[in-house]
Design a protein. Structure first.
Length: 274
């Protein structure tokens, strides 16, 4: 890990590919035109800023930082491994972030031990071809009404991811310990995806893991918030159930995914422009 830290701190990350599901695609964090941004795009911007200032004084400017985002919402782990891992290896970036398995854990009857075994096989492939692979743990769902009953499974999978990272000497984006995302303001209206502020905090945490100086504290406390009345909470719950829960359940019953017919938003390593 010391060698990895030394290399990362040397400012040589000139390319980055993100693989995963809706979390990495950036769902919940749309730009004014409705295109999702997300923590990976925000991390890429921080890495690009670091890269652009890495050239020697008076020397040639470094080549453009390049970024690809292969993540697609709704993808299960096996789909990520089949569709995205080979492409990430083909692109050969300096850094890959690999977040996956969350949709598998949500499925009734899923086994976190089995999911972790398949995740480790993919990590083994990636680390054999890519310089640095950053792994992501799951969030602690204790404060999420829709997911809190899955906390045991999520904790088991998170423990596996940490152990895998130790075995393969991978840096870890530890989301379980990120206290700021326990606040409801870190989550979008659907209560399953991060809000823009939530994505920003994750990007800052990831940048810190990679040794970058960041412009803010990812765990900075949220401003005080006034209490909500029981009627406000009830209206919010009804709105959530009608707009998000019922359609989500319907897709599951029909065997559909929100990612059906969705293509990666950045399938190639391209320069990151403002």
């Amino acid at each position: 890990m010391a060698d990895d830290a030394k290399r990362l701190n040397s400012g040589v990350i000139g390319s980055y590919a993100a693989i995963g599901d809706s979390f990495t695609e950036g769902v919940g964090d749309p730009d004014p035109e409705g295109v999702f941004i997300g923590w990976a795009d925000r991390l890429a911007a921080l890495l690009s800023d670091r890269h652009s200032g890495a050239g020697p004084i008076g020397g040639p400017a470094p080549a453009d930082f390049r970024y690809a985002n292969l993540a697609v919402r709704g993808r299960l782990l096996d789909q990520i491994v089949e569709e995205q891992v080979p492409r990430a290896i083909e692109l050969g970036p300096d850094l890959v972030t690999f977040c996956g398995g969350g949709n598998d854990i949500l499925r009734p009857g899923s086994d976190p031990d089995d999911v972790a075994e398949r995740y480790e096989a993919a990590v083994d492939r990636l680390t054999s071809h890519v310089g640095t692979v950053l792994l992501c743990t799951g969030f602690d769902p204790r404060g999420v009404p829709v997911l809190r009953h899955l906390r045991g499974k999520a904790a088991t999978y998170t423990a596996h991811v940490r152990a895998i990272a130790d075995r393969y000497r991978c840096p870890v984006l530890d989301l379980w310990s990120l206290r700021s995302v326990q606040d409801r303001r870190a989550w979008s209206e659907d209560r399953l995806h991060l809000s823009p502020d939530g994505h920003t905090r994750v990007a800052l945490r990831a940048a810190k893991v990679l040794g970058l100086d960041v412009p803010g504290d990812p765990d900075q406390p949220w401003p005080p918030e006034g209490p909500r009345s029981a009627a406000e909470v009830r209206r919010a719950n009804i709105h959530w159930a009608r707009e998000y829960a019922v359609p989500w359940i319907g897709r599951r019953l029909r065997g559909e995914s929100s990612g059906d017919h969705v293509e990666p938003k950045r399938p190639d390593l391209l320069p990151l422009r403002p």
